[in-house]
Design a protein around this ligand. Structure first.
Ligand code: 13P
Length: 348
């Protein structure tokens, strides 16, 4: 006898409509998402490399530089913020949430609390943040945020990932997604298979396929509305230290083959993370997927890049007010490149 999952209390139909509309809007018009939700340690690490002071004021100035980029809304549909940012203001006194909303960019927020070592599983991680999540989500929804993000990481190495690590992360992602939908927020479900290591493209394919199957099984078991969520996966790429680096087209073919096997057609959009690829490669690979498979895909294929959009602009900004316009130009350019990649019209 198959086990029939017991569905949680039905979300009201009008709530369904709101979730579905938001999820669709996040991937509409060939636009994509901008991840600007770096946690304190991650943001500080990037600032430290450029000798930018690691302070709340500098993080605020940097993020103001990003959101006040003129025309960003032509290629960016939504921005993922960090908790610190949603409590900060631009110099004119408006909040980041108000500023984005006013400019037609949907504001969202990272709600996981980062990764920790998984007990009894050397080299593997689990993500924390479920404590008080229901209350936090309610508060975020009340502030005008419309979607959330939770990142799980899966590491490829000798004898890892284990099934225990994949299942544990998948369960947590599904619990998070279910809580988000209850609060009226669209969950971005991000199971990231890391690029670190010397593993092959084939190994990345095998692991990602398994991870996605287990994640969608958990999403189903926990009653998550697939039409009201976004998947944020890695592309299928060889490890950064792998001697064999496949071509852009080979990466595109493997990625789409893997996603067609494992992501239900009900999901409105897939928005890739960049994960340490260069800005140019991330755009070129997304472009190749849209050129080669546009007619075969049941979902919108988009981006939710952090580094691949921000990196050039951050280097130019360098913490100096005088560099703001030049940095914004670089940021605008990368965002526009990814809009082109969604249309299959990008070239370097
Ligand atoms: P990257 O594109 O830099 O990988 O960041 C995306 C992200 O949101 C990671 O959680």
């Amino acid at each position: 006898m198959p086990v029939v999952p017991i569905k949680p209390k039905e979300i009201q139909p009008n709530e369904h409509t709101k979730l579905i509309d938001t999820a669709k809007a996040m991937v509409a018009d060939n636009k994509g998402l901008l991840a600007m939700d770096e946690s304190f340690p991650t943001c500080n690490k990037r600032f430290a490399k450029l000798r930018i002071p690691e302070t709340a004021e500098m993080r605020c100035d940097y993020r103001e530089m990003i959101v006040s980029t003129k025309g960003l809304n032509k290629s960016i549909s939504g921005a993922i913020l960090f908790d610190e940012t949603v409590h900060q203001q631009l110099k004119d006194g408006t909040s980041f949430i108000q500023s984005l909303t006013y400019n037609g960019i949907i504001p969202g927020i990272k709600v996981d609390a980062g990764t920790v070592d998984m007990a009894g599983h050397p080299g593997e991680k689990v993500t924390e943040g479920l404590d008080n999540l229901r209350d936090r989500l309610r508060e975020y929804a009340g502030m005008g945020l419309r979607f959330a993000k939770w990142r799980a990481v899966i590491t490829i190495g000798k004898d890892i990932p284990t099934l225990a690590c994949i299942e544990s992360n998948a369960q947590t992602l599904a619990q998070y997604a279910s809580l988000c939908q209850e609060a009226g927020l669209v969950p971005i479900v991000e199971p990231e298979v890391l690029m670190d290591g010397d593993h092959s493209l084939e190994r990345c394919f095998e692991v990602t396929e398994q991870v996605l199957h287990i994640v969608f099984e958990q999403l189903y078991t926990q009653g998550v509305l697939l039409e009201g969520m976004i998947l944020k996966p890695n592309m299928i790429v060889p490890g950064l230290a792998c001697p064999k680096q496949e071509s852009v087209d080979e990466v595109a073919d493997a990625t789409i083959k893997c996603l067609l096997r494992s992501v239900p057609a009900a999901v409105p959009g897939i928005t890739f993370l960049s994960g340490g690829q260069t800005s140019e490669l991330a755009s070129a690979r997304l472009n190749a997927m849209n050129v080669r498979f546009k007619d075969k895909m049941p979902w919108e294929l988009s981006f939710s890049f952090g580094r691949a959009i921000q990196q050039p602009g951050l280097g130019i900004w360098h913490g100096e007010e005088a560099n703001v316009l030049a940095a914004q130009k670089a940021l605008y350019h990368r965002a526009k490149c990814n809009l082109a990649a969604r249309k299959g019209e990008y070239n370097e």
